[in-house]
Design a protein around this ligand. Structure first.
Ligand SMILES: Nc1ncnc2c1ncn2[C@@H]1O[C@H](COP(=O)(O)OP(=O)(O)OP(=O)(O)O)[C@@H](O)[C@H]1O
Ligand SMILES: [Mg+2]
Length: 322
């Protein structure tokens, strides 16, 4: 039975497995992740950990030849079983994505106004007059004037263009906004503005936000909850503050140590030693064991359970008897 007062999650990923042709093991291996309406959740991890594949799965954007297991529910509906028409409607309606490089996401020959309205008009979500009105409203919401509707992408700075992208993502009134490294291509000032803007919009429109970043500091600044991903698995999840102050997975701790802090001296950025495991190799045991200072024989033999910390020897409160 459906209870009308019960709010469905904006995003509900359960046991998502994704296998790519030629890989020896799943590139996503049992990912569980939820985003409630109006909630901001960050997905953090090194390059290649599977963050983009996870967030793109919410739009049904899978690499060619990918096979999947588990489910990816957006607003209660499984994206993995949707046909092409439903997917198209989803992408201009209930879910939308803001990408890393706004320049790469627009046609430089189309005016901003056309870019904003074409998706919802093509799928019939809005008629022309309503689409134009909403485009002007949303430009205003992202702090830009209506004169921009007639401009071309080349006439805008990167920061302005990313605001336009965010306005575009909100055109279909989505329950879920996916932002994949949305500030990486921007200068520091625009980065801060875009982060602040995403926070405001989330409150104003009640949109659930999945924020993908390799920067744990940024994740903590913007999100309610953080999921840390390593080699296609979520290794630790929790409130941003707790993760920041008391990381329990050695990988989270290493990631934190590699995060530049405001009070850090320049040149103090540490990298995590070693490399994530290659997809062409099968894995036994913990995927982080080869790089982990705390790894024991057990870690090399047996994969740790997933929740709340996928580690045989979590930090802090680590019982002396293990
Ligand atoms: N279209 C694809 N075809 C083949 N392999 C892919 C494809 N997309 C991603 N992969 C592989 O899947 C793994 C995870 O990729 P993904 O893009 O999700 O990582 P990411 O965490 O977003 O990294 P980054 O921080 O660099 O963006 C990587 O090993 C990558 O090489
Ligand atoms: Mg990525």
């Amino acid at each position: 039975m459906n209870h009308p007062e019960e709010r469905v999650n904006a995003l509900d990923i359960r046991g998502l497995r994704l296998h790519l042709p030629g890989a020896a093991r799943p590139v996503l291996d049992g990912v569980d992740l939820t985003v409630a309406p109006g909630e901001t959740v960050a997905l953090v991890g090194e390059s290649g950990s599977g963050k983009s594949l996870t967030s793109r799965s919410a739009l049904g954007l899978l690499p060619p030849g990918a096979t999947t297991g588990g489910s990816v529910l957006v607003d209660g509906e499984d994206v993995l079983t949707m046909g092409p028409d439903r997917l198209r409607a989803l992408r201009t309606g209930r879910a939308a994505m803001v990408f890393q490089d706004p320049r790469a996401a627009v046609n430089p020959l189309r005016r901003i106004g056309d870019f904003l309205t074409e998706g919802v008009r093509r799928t019939g979500v809005l008629g022309k007059a309503d689409a134009d009105r909403r485009a002007a409203e949303l430009l205003d919401a992202v702090g830009l004037g209506p004169e921009l509707l007639r401009r071309y992408p080349g006439q805008l700075s990167g920061g302005m263009l990313q605001r336009v992208m965010i306005a575009g993502a909100l055109m279909g009134d989505p329950v879920l906004l996916l932002a994949d490294e949305p500030t990486t291509a921007l200068d520091v000032t625009s980065q801060a503005e875009v982060i602040a803007l995403l926070g405001q919009l989330r409150e104003r429109f009640g949109t659930g936000l999945l924020f993908v970043t390799h920067d744990l500091g940024l994740a903590a600044a913007i999100s309610d909850r953080v999921h840390v991903m390593y080699a296609g698995r979520i290794v630790e999840s929790g409130p941003a503050e707790a993760l920041f102050e008391r990381p329990r997975h050695p990988y989270t701790a290493a990631l934190l140590a590699a995060t530049p802090r405001l009070d850090a001296r320049p040149g103090r950025l540490a990298a995590i030693d070693g490399q994530p495991p290659d997809l062409r190799q099968d894995l036994t045991g913990c995927a982080f064991a080869a790089r982990c200072p705390y790894a024991t024989g057990l870690c090399h033999e047996e994969a740790p359970g997933p929740w709340p910390v996928a580690c045989h020897h979590p930090l802090e409160g680590n019982p002396a008897d293990d």
